[in-house]
Write a protein that binds this ligand. Structure first.
Ligand SMILES: Nc1ncnc2c1ncn2[C@@H]1O[C@H](COP(=O)(O)OP(=O)(O)O)[C@@H](O)[C@H]1O
Ligand SMILES: [Mg+2]
Length: 217
């Protein structure tokens, strides 16, 4: 689903954030990326989303080779990927359901099918009963689950998460990880960046370790 081939990323100014990174993530795999602050975790995720471009090497995402991707194809790429961030940036004046529906509105989904998908996504994260709440009425763990529902409402084959439990205490973090594992079970490929070594180790999943832009194992 995701394949890095000898990827280097140099930012303008010359700083090399990733050096010779190769790995792949298959369908139905949950893989962590860990490493110190500044190791290159977020850069790696940004490359997959084509928010940044590689300096050399190549990345394949699903059936798309990013080296050959035109600007016009970028929406097609991003449709296949659900993204979850530490700061979920929910709209506080819209209901939970409307927040989750946002990606479908952008792609002009018919309302009936959109409602069905929103309910299914909220059900998966255990928040169907709070569909009509507003985000400030929810706990931080619940808000993060709304963010995940929004990320999966388009039924992506890949989920990328950047420090998804950064603001949560250990119990809530474990809940979020369970939600991710459910998507893994149905065949989604997940790549989760986290510097929380305890959480990553507790999960017992395959882990990529970055150090100064290089993959250690
Ligand atoms: N847009 C940018 N321009 C220049 N340097 C950057 C940019 N983004 C990140 N970097 C640098 O690249 C390195 C890796 O950053 P990042 O991928 O955010 O690491 P992490 O997510 O592991 O903390 C850091 O040294 C950071 O300062
Ligand atoms: Mg980061």
């Amino acid at each position: 689903m995701i394949k890095f081939e000898k990827v280097f990323k140099r930012y303008p100014g010359g700083f090399e954030a990733l050096s010779d990174v190769s790995f792949s993530v298959e369908k139905g795999e949950l893989v962590f990326v860990t490493g110190h602050s500044g190791a290159g975790k977020s850069t790696l995720l940004k490359l997959i989303l084509a928010l940044e471009s590689v300096s050399s090497g190549n990345i394949c995402v699903a059936d798309l080779s990013l080296k050959d991707l035109s600007r016009r194809q970028i929406p097609k790429l991003r449709q296949r990927i659900g993204t979850v961030f530490q700061d979920h940036q929910l709209l506080t004046r819209q209901t939970v359901a409307d927040n989750v529906a946002l990606p479908l509105k952008i792609s002009n989904f018919p309302k009936f099918e959109a409602d069905r998908r929103v309910r299914a996504a909220l059900d998966k994260v255990g928040l169907l009963s709070k569909a009509s709440y507003f985000p400030p009425m929810l706990s931080s763990g619940e808000q993060q689950r709304v963010g995940i529902a929004r990320a999966v409402v388009n039924r992506p084959s890949i989920i990328l998460a950047d420090e998804p439990t950064g603001n949560l205490d250990p119990d809530l973090s474990a809940d979020i990880m369970q939600v991710f594992q459910q998507f893994q079970k149905v065949g989604v490929a997940l790549l989760i960046a986290s510097h929380d070594i305890n959480l990553v180790n507790a999960m017992g999943c395959r882990t990529l370790v970055l150090e100064n832009g290089r993959l250690l194992k």
